[in-house]
Design a protein around this ligand. Sequence first.
Ligand SMILES: Nc1ncnc2c1ncn2[C@@H]1O[C@H](COP(=O)(O)O)[C@@H](O)[C@H]1OP(=O)(O)O
Ligand SMILES: [Mg+2]
Length: 377
Amino acid sequence: MSSVILTRVLCTYPSNLKTKKPPFSLLRTFATAAPVGSMSYQKELNAAKKAASLAARLCQKVQKAILQSDVQSKSDKSPVTVADYGSQAVVSFVLERELPSESFSLVAEEDSGDLRNEEAQETLQRITKLVNDTLASDNTYSGSSLSAEDVLAAIDSGKSEGGPHGRHWVLDPIDGTKGFLRGDQYAVALALLDEGKVVLGVLACPNLPSSHDKVGCLFFSQAGAGTEVQSLDGSPPVKVHVSAIENPEEASFFESFEAAHSLHDLSSRIANKLGVKAPPVRIDSQAKYGALSRGDGAIYLRFPHKGYREKIWDHAAGTIVVTEAGGVVTDAGGNPLDFSKGRYLDLDTGIIVTNPKLMPMLLKAVRESIDEKASSL
Ligand SMILES: Nc1ncnc2c1ncn2[C@@H]1O[C@H](COP(=O)(O)O)[C@@H](O)[C@H]1OP(=O)(O)O
Ligand SMILES: [Mg+2]
């Protein structure tokens, strides 16, 4: 990472968090435990870590060299870059290569529609080169060379609808595209659903500070086995736990950087009601779930504007990373998130995340604040 980007990243991560030593809850693990009394997904987890790490490497390369011409516009006007497509192609390729005997279903954000247009051919060549260069940087795949058509097919394998039966991979190839384009936080978020439940999750957060002033974290979780984090350049993993704070006055809370993604006024009302003293920590993407899982902050509040439908790839990996670290993730009504209903989450108003001790107080404050806001309109 260039010193310019590093400075920028550390500047945008709150000063009280960026300089702090790993929390006391970071306990060194010397072996990866198999989930007790449940199925092990170790092979799948290893494949997911490899896929997300390689995709993050591709994204880092693009973020460093980002040019205005890399930015296109999807029909919803959100920015999408060669890195979104490249990341999705890399993850799809690595998962299929690493797990050849398993039937493959991927629910992912991007599709190749726009890339098949005549005017997108140069972009497609650029993506193909990025994907091949990234795969070549890993010894296992150095002999692989994908054609443009292979890349389009890899992207399009993400068209699965998910659902309550069987296994489905769930991918956001770049979560927080706006943060990515700004040079701030983003994540490659990958999870596996089995019979409608999230059984493993990996969050690669290339710009999130890790220990010892290094930048770049890989969080990973398996149902029943806890959450661990390692630096993206491969330090040994350590187990993480959410904050044990019981007094909300001592808590700090995360919310979206983008006011268009979450109602900052509602979060502020909730925080006031709880007596939270610290200002909100605003960062992009599921990096918020990762940061919360290691106790950087105690609460995450997300209240999209009316009419927005949450997608499963925006929360599946983050949810298991937090819950396996001892946290709780619910909608604004206190219901757990249900990932079994297809590509969208069907939920009550917003998403709230904290530790089990704070959750009852938080839910009460959320309910009261929503009611007050509605009656003031
Ligand atoms: N209008 C919107 N409201 C809420 N979330 C949005 C909206 N548009 C995009 N998003 C998605 O919200 C997530 C990140 O939100 P935040 O950084 O605020 O937590 C991303 O998944 C982003 O999509 P994308 O994955 O394409 O970046
Ligand atoms: Mg997203």
